[in-house]
Design a binder for this molecule. Structure first.
Ligand code: GLU
Length: 583
């Protein structure tokens, strides 16, 4: 009740003072049966991009499992139904609210570079070659993350959590347009690997929409993983097969593709650890916003941008883009998997004020230079543009899910294999693709860049699973796929919700724009129609992007009522479910 009042009053005050900059797009009817973008009710809720994964989570909740149990079950199921975005050979980040202790935790399951990788290992490698290679495969983090997450916060075993995924992999799921299109978009490389072509191009073509797709080999892999545990991967037989595939990819005889082998050894798998880390935290308009700390830049960049917005007299489209531009300039300069990231200063109000005073009537000249998070803040400091680090390209992949249970625990979970289709290489006979997460490193040469590769290092991520508390109680959780646009999608949804007074479904459906210290701002057509002309006059320049992000979220409406929200149309629409329609 308290939280609900706060939300209403915040939105009420601020919309009066703000330029309303994003109108919600009209919600379209769901494309496929079972896809509902909004569900309200009690006793637990889930939102994912996929009905099978949402049902898997709901099933776990209904049998008494908690939010972490259900999040792992849904992630494993996404490894079946969204295998080009998620999988056991990928990685990810979980932000978790533990209702009993009223604390937010995070579990880092990010992939690592093999120990043989150095700062120059990717230098001179064409990006496209790296995308489909053994070289870009990081040591998988997801299985270790699931085990750690269940051990610390869950109530069921890994084997139990994998059961819904095993069932979906065995009985099959109905191929939808998204799965078909993603397979077709990958066909040119999938056909070059014997294992991948056999699994995903049966008969030489993508499975047709409406057909049933089964993956019995993945069902068996999950089954064995459940009974043998993670050590089967981290040092055991499955690990050896992963290493063999990375070092000697199963290229189709006669293929002209050059596939660079990887540097991974079994000892890299043995050395892998998922890590529990403190979350990032900023306070925004009285609410506590928790996010993912390095090696993700999600929490620090969303947090800094929110702090900058809070330091400005009004919040509109221009301010949203400028705050994001400045936060990305700092992300590029300071954030990576290195010691000494100045996280506290990047998230301090003093630093935000210093950055905010660069926001004027006109767009900041590109590229914005990083600030100086040195703990001493005063009047506006104009930084030197030559210090600016460009934001590298990152693709629109990955997936995000949220789950909450009857006790009020909340999981916000981004899982990924990086590119849509990872590195394109299925481990023969095991039914899953390898990741190409190491393409998230800066390839170099780039002296001083915090995101150069290194032995055992985790590539910087943009994943931003986010949980908002008010008065110590959960109010909202949100996240999205989309490479570095993840950060702006999460930021824009929070601004839509809190500053512009939209409901959560409206905040997700609204047209998006993403400014990441790039010369041009990418924007969906609806955003351009509404703001393009006025922002161009203020010095912004745009390039169209048909679809930015595919968010999932949940809001606590007060009195135990929950609102689970998924995309109405992006990526074919998501799936929001609640445990019960009635209290
Ligand atoms: N590799 C990306 C990251 O960690 C996620 C994949 C994507 O969304 O492109 O930020």
């Amino acid at each position: 009740m308290i939280t609900r009042r706060l939300v209403v009053s915040v939105a009420g005050v601020l919309t009066g003072a703000s330029v309303l900059f994003v109108q919600p797009a009209a919600a379209s009817p769901p494309q496929t049966a079972g896809r509902e973008p909004v569900a309200e009710g009690y006793g637990g809720a889930v939102s994912t991009v996929d009905p099978d994964a949402s049902r898997a989570a709901l099933d776990v909740l209904r049998r008494g499992g908690n939010a972490m149990d259900a999040a792992v079950a849904a992630a494993a199921t996404l490894g079946v139904t969204e295998p080009y975005s998620a999988g056991l050979a990928g990685g990810g980040f979980i932000v978790y609210y533990d209702a009993r202790h009223r604390r937010v935790h995070t579990v880092d399951g990010r992939e690592t570079a093999p120990r043989a990788m150095t700062a120059t290992s990717l230098e001179g490698v064409p990006f496209d070659d790296a995308v489909t290679s053994g070289l870009s495969a990081g040591v998988p983090g997801s299985v270790a993350q699931w085990e750690l997450a269940l051990r610390r916060f869950g109530t069921i075993s890994l084997g139990r959590a994998l059961r819904p995924a095993i069932e979906v992999a065995s009985r099959g799921f109905t191929v939808d347009q998204t799965f078909h299109d993603q397979t077709a978009a990958n066909a040119a490389r999938f056909k070059d690997f014997t294992s991948t072509a056999r699994l995903y191009l049966p008969g030489g073509a993508p499975p047709p929409v409406g057909s049933v797709f089964r993956n019995p080999e993945l069902a068996e892999t999950y089954r064995q993983l459940g009974s043998r545990g993670g050590s089967w991967l981290y040092g055991g037989r499955l690990g050896s097969e992963i290493v063999a595939t990375v070092k000697n990819p199963p290229v189709v005889p006669g293929s002209t593709r050059t596939v660079r082998p990887g540097l991974m050894e079994l000892s890299d798998l043995t050395a892998y650890r998922a890590i529990e880390r403190p979350p990032t935290k900023v306070t925004y308009r009285g609410m506590d916003v928790y996010g993912m700390a390095p090696p993700s830049s999600g929490g620090s960049t969303v947090g800094e941008a929110l702090n900058i917005l809070e330091a400005l007299p009004k919040v509109g489209a221009h301010e949203y883009l400028e705050a994001s531009r400045l936060a990305f300039a700092d992300r590029g300069r300071y954030v990576g998997d290195i010691p000494g990231v100045p996280l506290r200063e990047l998230l301090s109000d003093g630093f935000a004020k210093e950055r905010a005073c660069l926001v004027g009537e006109r767009a900041i000249a590109h590229p914005a230079a990083p600030g100086d998070p040195d703990g001493t803040y005063g009047p506006c400091r104009a930084a030197t543009p030559s210090q600016a680090t460009p934001t590298p390209a990152e693709g629109p992949e990955t997936t995000h899910l949220v789950v909450t249970d009857r006790s009020g625990n909340v999981a916000a979970y981004n899982i990924t294999i990086e590119s849509t289709g990872g590195n394109g290489i299925v481990v023969p006979g095991r039914g899953f693709l390898l990741n190409n997460e190491l393409t998230d490193f800066t390839f170099g040469p780039a002296p001083g860049d915090p995101n150069l590769p290194g032995p055992g290092k985790r590539p910087r991520s943009s994943m931003a699973p986010t949980i908002v508390l008010s008065g110590g109680r959960p109010l909202l959780a949100v996240g999205s796929p989309g490479g570095s646009t993840i950060i702006t999608t999460v930021l824009q949804i929070l601004v839509n919700r809190w500053d512009l007074g939209m409901s959560l479904p409206e905040a997700l459906a609204a047209p998006r724009a993403t400014q990441r210290n790039t010369a041009q701002t990418q924007a969906e057509q609806g955003f351009l129609d509404r703001y393009g002309a006025e922002l161009t006059l203020r010095g912004h320049s745009f390039t169209p992007n048909p679809e930015i992000g595919a968010a999932t979220a949940v809001e606590f409406l007060g009195g135990g009522r929950l609102q689970a929200v998924a995309e109405p149309t992006r990526r074919g629409g998501g799936s929001a479910l609640v445990v019960s329609g009635r209290r």
